[in-house]
Design a protein around this ligand. Structure first.
Ligand SMILES: NC(=O)C1=CN([C@@H]2O[C@H](COP(=O)(O)OP(=O)(O)OC[C@H]3O[C@@H](n4cnc5c(N)ncnc54)[C@H](OP(=O)(O)O)[C@@H]3O)[C@@H](O)[C@H]2O)C=CC1
Ligand SMILES: CC(C)CCC[C@@H](C)[C@H]1CC[C@H]2C3=C(CC[C@]12C)[C@@]1(C)CCC(=O)[C@@H](C)[C@@H]1CC3
Length: 331
C-alpha cells in the first residue's frame, strides 16, 4: 500500500491546478494508492475529493486541513497526519503562490526581438516582479508558503518518512523561474527584493539537495521538478483572464518552438507522475526534472542539472534550522 500526502490540492474554480491533475493521474495508474490531500480550504478540498471520487469511486482519499504559510497550522496538520498514518511513501510539496505579480512589458518586447526569446518564454526571466507581505508569524509570505512551511512539515513528518527498510520521496514543485541571482543567503526571506517567487523556488532547489545530504542515510530522498508553463489560477493571476484567452492560439503556436509550454495541468504533472514510478535511490540529487510537451503533444520528463552547490545548500539548511528553533520558541 502506498500512502501519499499532497500539499495544495484544492479543486480550482476555473482550471484545477497541477496537484489535482496529479491525483487524477496517480489514481488512474494505481487505484490502490491512498491519497491524503492537505489543503487550506475545507470546502474546496472536499470538492476536489468528490471530483476525484466521480472518476475513481473506490479511491482512498482523506483530507487534512493545512495552511502551509501558517506555522501553527503546519504543526497541527503534521500531528494529525502522524496520528492517522504510520508511514508515508511520497510527500508532494506542491503548494505555491505568486502574489501581486507585475509583468515588465518593456522587458517582454525587448526580449522578443533579442536572441533569447525562447529562454524568456521558458523561464519568464526578468519579466516578473511580486509584492510580498508579512504573515502573522512575522515571516515573508512567499518564503513561508513556498519554502519554510514545507521545510517544517518534512521535519515534523520525519518518523513517517524515515522508516527502516523503506525508502520515501519528497517532491518539490519548483520552477524554471528559480534563479541564483534572485536569492541571497543574507536575505533568505527576500525582504529586500521584488522577486520573492524566483528566490523561494531557488531556495527549494538548494533545500532539496540539503535534505538528500542529511536524510538519504535514513531512507528519505528528495527531488525537484518544474511543470513548465501551465494555465492554472497561478498563471491566470498574472494577466487578466480575457487576455490569456485572446492569446491562447499564440501560446499553442509558441509550443512549436519550446517544449516547456506544457499548458494543461495534466501535461504539467508529467514529471510529478514520472517520479512516482522511479526508485528514489536512482534519482539525481543535482537534477531538476522537467515536464515537457512536444509540438505534437507528447509528454516526457527530462532531467536538467541545477545551478546549485553543496556549500550554499548546507548554509541554507543551517539557517532554516535556526529559524525553526526561533519559531518553536514563539509558538
Ligand atoms: N502554473 C505554472 O505555470 C507553474 C506552477 N509552478 C508551481 O506549481 C505549483 C502548483 O501551482 P499551480 O497548480 O500552477 O497553481 P494553483 O494556484 O492552481 O495551485 C496552487 C495550490 O497551492 C495551494 N496553496 C497556496 N497557498 C497555500 C497555503 N498557504 N496552504 C495550503 N495550500 C496552499 C492552493 O490552494 P488554494 O486553492 O487554497 O489557493 C492551490 O491548491 C506551485 O508551487 C507553483 O509555484 C511552477 C512552475 C510553473
Ligand atoms: C505569451 C504572450 C504573448 C505573453 C505572455 C508574457 C508573459 C506574461 C509570460 C511569458 C513567459 C511566462 C512564464 C511565466 C509567467 C508568464 C510569462 C512570464 C512563469 C514565470 C510562471 C511561473 C513559473 O514558475 C514559470 C515556470 C513560468 C515561466 C514562463
Amino acid at each position: 500500500m502506498i500512502r501519499s500526502l499532497h500539499c495544495g490540492q484544492d479543486l480550482k474554480t476555473v482550471t484545477g491546478g497541477i496537484g489535482l491533475a496529479l491525483c487524477e493521474r496517480l489514481l488512474s495508474h494505481d487505484a490502490q494508492v491512498q491519497l491524503c490531500l492537505a489543503c487550506r480550504n475545507g470546502q474546496r478540498a472536499e470538492a476536489a475529493r468528490q471530483a476525484l471520487l466521480v472518476s475513481h469511486p473506490q479511491a482512498h482519499i482523506s483530507l487534512v486541513q493545512l495552511d502551509v504559510g501558517s506555522m501553527h497550522s503546519v504543526f497541527k496538520a503534521a500531528q494529525e497526519v502522524r496520528q492517522r498514518y504510520n508511514r508515508l511513501d511520497y510527500l508532494y510539496l506542491n503548494a505555491g503562490i505568486m502574489p501581486n505579480p507585475q509583468v515588465d512589458h518593456k522587458a517582454f518586447y525587448k526580449g522578443l526581438f533579442s536572441g533569447k526569446a525562447v529562454h524568456m518564454f521558458s523561464t519568464g526571466e526578468g519579466l516578473l516582479t511580486q509584492k510580498d507581505e508579512v504573515t502573522s508569524d512575522g515571516l515573508q509570505q512567499v518564503f513561508a508558503t513556498n519554502l519554510f512551511g514545507h521545510f517544517i512539515l518534512v521535519r515534523e513528518l520525519e518518523p513517517l518518512l524515515c522508516r527502516p527498510g523503506n525508502s520515501s520521496l519528497i517532491i518539490w514543485t519548483s520552477s524554471s523561474n528559480a534563479r541564483r541571482s534572485a536569492f541571497s543567503l543574507d536575505d533568505l526571506q527576500h525582504k529586500q527584493g521584488n522577486e520573492s517567487y524566483s528566490s523561494s523556488k531557488y531556495a527549494s532547489d538548494l533545500l532539496s539537495l540539503a535534505f538528500n545530504r542529511h536524510y538519504n542515510s535514513k531512507g528519505l530522498y528528495s527531488s525537484v521538478i518544474c511543470p513548465g508553463l501551465v494555465m492554472t489560477n497561478l498563471t491566470y493571476g498574472i494577466l487578466p483572464s480575457f487576455f490569456w484567452t485572446l492569446i491562447m492560439p499564440i501560446m499553442w503556436l509558441i509550443r512549436i518552438f519550446t517544449n516547456t509550454f506544457t499548458l494543461t495541468p495534466y501535461n504539467g504533472a508529467e514529471a510529478l507522475f514520472w517520479l512516482f514510478k522511479q526508485k528514489p535511490e536512482a534519482l539525481d540529487p543535482m537534477a531538476k526534472y522537467h515536464s515537457l510537451t512536444s509540438g505534437l503533444g507528447n509528454n516526457y520528463t527530462q532531467p536538467c542539472k541545477m545551478d546549485i552547490d553543496d556549500i550554499m545548500a548546507e548554509t541554507l539548511y543551517e539557517k532554516l534550522l535556526d529559524l525553526e528553533d526561533a519559531i518553536r520558541k514563539k509558538l
